[in-house]
Design a protein. Structure first.
Length: 406
């Protein structure tokens, strides 16, 4: 990432008339003070985003956006606060990865508790189908990445990281590790996730599959606060262990398993009598808003791109959506699921976001969760191989260009 910093800084200066060097000077004078100031600024920005996301969420909910309104409220809030920081305060914040991890953990707990009583026999029977659909989407993703690299004259690794449906934060972080174009990867990934999260509820509503969202007020059961603290502590520990074990998407995956196992384990204890814990509504909404905010931050972070670059990004996203539609048709041939379930299982969006859409639509959440968990594991398992192959192809092309110049 350090190798690309000068290019990014100069591009930002031209595109937005902002000056960045004073931030670098502060990091060299006193690193401890700088880190503390950076933490305070991140906390201030996150607080402003959450405060702004609430009225946006209420407004969108009022206009019948359903449960997904809180994600879009966060997207609008994150983009607005980041742009304000850049334009008004000459401050260029980075997307808050910690906030996204917390959001994924809260969403994982919510989804896990809702899937606690899922029929595991039916889900396990669908694993071969999930694997088949995942392989189909991976092959399509590789082809789309190659086509996108040829169209946009981008190296293969950057194109692959931009087009594979593996999540905005994860793919951007990998691009930074390999000194690739982080902003381009984030642009394509954010465009894809936002498009999918917007289109699926729109299609569902147009076909009379309305969103289901609990009322704003909810009852507080006895011991609910204590159980909430317990599940948060256990989830935090599980996420820490999952990170040490290099589990893909550890915050979401670990908290999902904790949520699914929490109620059964509690009721298995001899001194516990029939407890059915569900996270309070504020936890559900907070998780949704945090996921939306982090997506919005990637939108707000973008420097000015040429129209051609944006056009190629839109083309790649359109091809990815078309691959998702093809996978939906394939799923309908392989299973007896209805078309909306097939669409949710094969949707090329972030796993946490799409499962959350299924939860707000109250539509076969356990099947959608299983399908995306399988795909999440497969993508992260094959990712090292893909990175090796695409870097190898990039090196070969570089040698050919060098030889042709000589």
């Amino acid at each position: 990432m350090r190798g690309e910093a000068p290019t990014y800084a100069s591009h930002t200066v031209v595109g937005t008339s902002l000056v960045v060097p004073h931030q670098e000077d502060s990091t060299t004078t006193n690193p401890s003070v700088s880190q503390q100031q950076q933490f305070i600024k991140q906390l201030q920005i996150l607080s402003a985003e959450l405060v702004l996301a609430i009225p946006f969420g209420f407004a969108l909910f009022h206009f019948n956006f359903g449960g997904i309104a809180w994600i879009f409220g966060g997207i609008i809030s994150g983009a607005a606060v980041f742009q304000t920081s850049r334009v008004v305060y000459n401050y260029l914040p980075k997307p808050n990865r910690t906030a996204r991890e917390i959001g994924m953990m809260l969403v994982g707990i919510t989804i896990g508790t809702s899937n606690a009583h899922a029929n595991l026999a039916n889900i396990s029977a669908g694993v071969p189908v999930f694997v088949c659909l995942t392989l189909f989407l991976l092959v399509c993703g590789g082809c789309i990445g190659y086509i996108y690299s040829r169209l946009s004259k981008t190296n293969l690794l950057t194109a692959m990281l931009a087009t594979v449906p593996g999540g905005v934060g994860v793919m951007s972080a990998i691009a930074a590790d390999y000194n690739k174009n982080v902003t381009l990867v984030a642009l394509v990934q954010a465009l894809r996730v936002t498009s999918v999260v917007f289109l699926i509820p729109l299609i569902a509503r147009a076909t009379n599959h309305t969103s289901v969202q609990p009322p704003i007020s909810s009852t507080v059961e006895s011991y609910s606060f204590e159980l909430l603290l317990l599940v948060l502590v256990i989830s935090t520990l599980a996420v820490y262990i999952a990170k040490l074990l290099k589990v893909p998407a550890a915050p979401f995956f670990a908290s999902l398993l904790v949520g699914m196992a929490f109620n059964p384990i509690l009721n298995w204890l001899p001194f516990v009598d029939d407890i059915s814990f569900t996270p309070p509504l504020v936890i559900k909404l907070l998780g949704q808003m945090l996921l939306g905010i982090t997506i919005g931050e990637y939108w707000g972070e973008k420097p000015t791109f040429p129209k051609r670059t944006i056009g190629y990004a839109i083309i790649s996203v359109a091809m990815t959506l078309a691959a998702g539609v093809a996978a939906t048709l394939l799923a309908m041939q392989l299973t007896s699921w209805d078309w909306l379930t097939c669409l949710l299982v094969t949707a090329p969006g972030g796993s946490a976001e799409i499962i959350l859409v299924a939860l707000t639509l109250d539509h076969n959440v356990e099947i959608v969760t299983a399908g995306h968990v399988v795909r999440l594991i497969a993508i992260n398992s094959f990712l090292p191989i893909w990175i090796f192959l695409f870097r190898h192809f990039d090196n070969q092309e570089g040698r050919r260009e060098t030889l042709s110049i000589k």
